[in-house]
Design a binder for this molecule. Structure first.
Ligand SMILES: CC/C=C/CC(=O)SCCNC(=O)CCNC(=O)[C@H](O)C(C)(C)COP(=O)(O)OP(=O)(O)OC[C@H]1O[C@@H](n2cnc3c(N)ncnc32)[C@H](O)[C@@H]1OP(=O)(O)O
Length: 719
């Protein structure tokens, strides 16, 4: 786990060998202890270089080991011996030095980085803090403001920025290990006292308290209820106000509180869930690591509305030539200007030049005859989409892959009108498509493994977190959204206000409550879907009892809001009022309150006091309950996939892990009991009836989320 060699006759070269990222597992820590002891005690050795195998220095602690008891030597005393030694130790940083990896480098006397290396202390993203001296040593090296920013955000920096900040001593374009060996030889005769960070005083800004206060407020505003960044601020304060030995003690006390917290478990779960989600499997046995994706050299996007524009930008900025199609000249010109503007702003932000030359705009589908892949992003209307796909079958070469960006329509029905159903798949982007990281790859029953592999790989190339899901109305994300938002509107009827519900959800950690999110997305979209599915509008059978549709409870308040032309932010009015159409600052609107009161009076509903706990339980347990049904139906393969969809597509708070992980943290037994309770009170709301899978898991002793799959795998799969 750590290889020892003598190079240049007097330099001990210690190589960490734990692929793929040389994480500091207990075996690696043992390896470092043994090899360092050998280097420090061998009189032939005058200097030491530490590097990592396969061009990666070290990705930090082995996160998998966090779930069990600590084994192997603790890192800090081990690293103390490195720093205290009289032989210069140089870290040769290639690839990454992250978390414990950077902390290891900070115990070395010198650091050489390859120009492509990335460095950082991302512990905060895992719900912990850099507790191998990172919070005490980095401020001593680069000062409080810069260290505070890096430690509280977990941001990675490039080698060049690390040099500017003073984290590394040299950046090289050559082999960092060879450069470090030469550097170590030159350092042999030099005094080491100033290189021992623990002996330095932290350079302190005069306005320390104000700075820490400002950062604390910023964190509380941005990451409501998240513990780790606040603990990081306290640890950095200790670096500024305490001697090193006491600071280290404070660091470890703060770490102890964080380490066993539910937030740390949730964030570490998210880290692995995100990586698991890319590993798709189909019922045929085909899977992510044995099917070769097709190379996509050109693409087309049909429809330059909000979604189409974002998709075109996402493709062009990763170097894929795009032909963008619109149906009339005016729309094409507007789309063209918008796409170019977006591409330019994006390029400016990333400090690169905009790839205009990759874009072509046209009115004719016949221009798509040679493209490798088409993404249809026209209006959400089945008849229109079918006609587009029929046309495409006529003009495109037989090998062209067809994708639809529908947010919930039947992908297989679209495949059925083409001459190549096996080459049709859903690529459901989220708005704005060039910003949002989630991509649902919707596999129809006839989608070939090759097109699944290609869509997943294209998603990755575009920087998306792609999740393969099955084909059903709303797929995973939007299907689950329905019971969640239905509960919110039922709560309105019963006595809550939009702002009360939103506040409860935002206090829970959502970026936006359900009503503010609907205002942002546009209320007319859901209204149109409800009209098309016969839930509202002139086609509704007048014999329907009020507040019931299709045999279940129905709340028409969202329709009443739309009937007044209130479509959300874009019209300046929705569940809230805004200062102007397109405005973003939401204010409660007395007209909405009146509308709800009139509605309650009409139906004789006596409003009652609703607690935040009821809001959270009804909205989130209904959400997770639908997740269990989705798992039963085989629409998602794993609970991790559902959680990743909610984290990246719906603003679910990461420190809660996602709806399925949250349910497991609350306790499946408790979720079941509360659903039973609410279902008894609302028997006409089927979404509150506990799903069979939830009952089954409770009957099996509520296994941890990672084990649910064992209880699902015999079930039918649509993936
Ligand atoms: C000992 C003192 C305590 C210190 C605290 C810490 O150090 S906490 C850990 C801090 N480090 C991190 O947060 C880094 C986490 N890793 C990454 O950000 C990325 O993996 C990477 C290093 C930037 C590499 O990214 P890349 O996209 O190239 O690969 P993947 O992310 O797909 O990872 C490949 C596989 O490696 C697993 N893995 C990565 N890092 C760790 C880790 N620190 N511990 C355990 N496992 C790790 C990852 O899960 C992938 O595994 P697969 O099985 O292949 O999915």
């Amino acid at each position: 786990m750590a290889r020892y060699e003598l190079v240049k006759r007097s330099v001990a070269l210690i190589t960490l060998t734990n692929p793929p990222v040389n994480a500091l597992s207990s075996a690696v820590r043992h390896g470092i202890a043994k090899t360092m002891e050998r280097a420090l005690s061998d009189p032939k050795v005058t200097a030491v270089v530490i590097c990592g195998e396969n061009g990666r220095f070290c990705g930090g602690a082995d996160i998998r080991e966090f779930a069990g008891p600590l084994r192997g030597p603790p890192l800090v005393p081990l690293l103390d011996s490195i720093e205290a030694g009289e032989k210069p130790v140089v870290a040769a940083i290639e690839g990454v030095a992250l978390g414990g990896g950077l902390e290891l480098a900070l115990f070395c006397h010198y650091r050489i980085a390859h120009f492509k290396a990335r460095l950082g202390l991302p512990e905060v993203t895992l719900g912990i803090l850099p507790a191998a001296g990172g919070t005490q040593r980095l401020p001593r090296l680069i000062g409080i403001p810069a260290a505070l920013e890096l430690i509280t955000t977990g941001r990675h920096v490039s080698a060049q920025e690390a040099l500017k900040l003073g984290i590394v001593d040299q950046v090289t374009e050559q082999n960092a290990c060879e450069v470090a060996v030469e550097f170590a030889l030159r350092a042999v005769a030099k005094p080491l006292s100033s290189r021992r960070l623990s002996s330095l005083t932290t350079p302190c800004p005069p306005n320390l308290d104000a700075l820490l206060e400002a950062v604390t407020m910023q964190i509380q505003k941005k990451a409501r209820g998240v513990m780790a960044p606040l603990a990081c601020v306290q640890a950095v304060r200790a670096a500024a106000t305490m001697p090193y030995s006491q600071g280290i003690k404070r660091e470890s006390e703060l770490m102890a509180t964080l380490f066993n917290s539910g937030q740390a478990r949730a964030l570490q779960y998210c880290f692995f869930a995100e990586r698991t989600a890319g590993k798709w499997t189909l019922p045929s046995g085909a899977q992510w690591n044995d099917i070769k994706p097709r190379e996509i050299r050109s693409a087309a996007v049909i429809g330059l509305g909000t979604m189409g524009r974002g998709i075109a930008v996402s493709l062009a900025r990763v170097g894929i030539p795009v032909i963008a199609v619109e149906s009339d000249k005016k729309l094409l010109e507007t789309g063209r200007q918008m796409v170019i503007g977006m591409l330019e702003r994006d390029a400016k932000r990333r400090g690169v030049s905009a790839s205009h030359n990759l874009l072509k705009f046209t009115l004719g589908l016949q221009d798509l005859k040679d493209v490798d892949l088409v993404i249809e992003a026209v209006f959400e209307d089945m008849a229109l989409k079918k006609s587009v796909f029929r046309e495409l079958s006529k003009v495109c070469r037989p090998a062209t892959l067809f994708c639809t960006n529908t947010s919930g329509l039947d992908v297989d029905a679209l495949a059925g009108v083409t001459d190549r159903p096996q080459l049709v798949i859903g690529m459901h982007f989220f708005s704005p498509a060039h910003v949002m990281k989630l991509l649902e790859v919707v596999c129809g029953p006839r989608s070939s493994s090759e097109i699944v592999a290609t869509a997943m790989s294209l998603g990755k190339r575009m920087g998306k977190v792609s999740v393969a899901v099955g084909n059903c109305p709303g797929f995973v994300g939007n299907r689950m959204l329905k019971p969640y938002s239905d509960q919110a509107t039922f709560l309105l009827e019963e006595g809550a206000t939009p702002e009360q519900i939103d506040k409860a959800l935002e206090d829970f950690g959502f970026a936006m409550g359900v009503f503010r999110m609907s205002d942002l997305a546009g209320l007319d979209v859901g209204w149109r879907v409800r009209k098309e599915s016969g839930l509202t509008g002139p086609d509704v059978d007048p014999k329907n009892p009020p507040r019931r549709r299709q045999g279940r409870k129905y709340c028409p308040i969202p329709d009443m809001v739309c009937e007044q032309g209130r479509f959300g932010q874009k019209t300046g009015r929705g569940w809230y009022m805004y200062d102007k159409p397109g405005g973003t600052k939401a204010k409660p609107d007395p007209l909405i309150q009146n509308l709800i009161e009139m509605y309650r009076n009409r139906y004789g509903i006596q409003p009652r006091n609703i607690t935040d706990q009821e809001i959270i339980e009804r909205c989130l347990f209904a959400l997770a309950n639908e997740g269990f049904r989705i798992l039963e139906d085989g629409i998602a393969a794993r609970p991790e996939d559902i959680d990743v969809i909610y984290l990246f597509g719906y603003g679910f708070p990461r420190h809660r892990g996602g709806p399925m992980f949250y349910a497991s943290m609350v306790g499946l037994q408790r979720v079941l009991e509360r659903l039973e309770h609410y279902h008894q009170a609302h028997p006409d709301v089927p979404h509150l009836e506990p799903s069979p899978l939830l009952k089954k898991l409770v009957a099996c002793g509520s296994p941890p989320v990672q084990k649910w799959r064992e209880h699902i795998k015999t079930m039918h799969s649509h993936l």
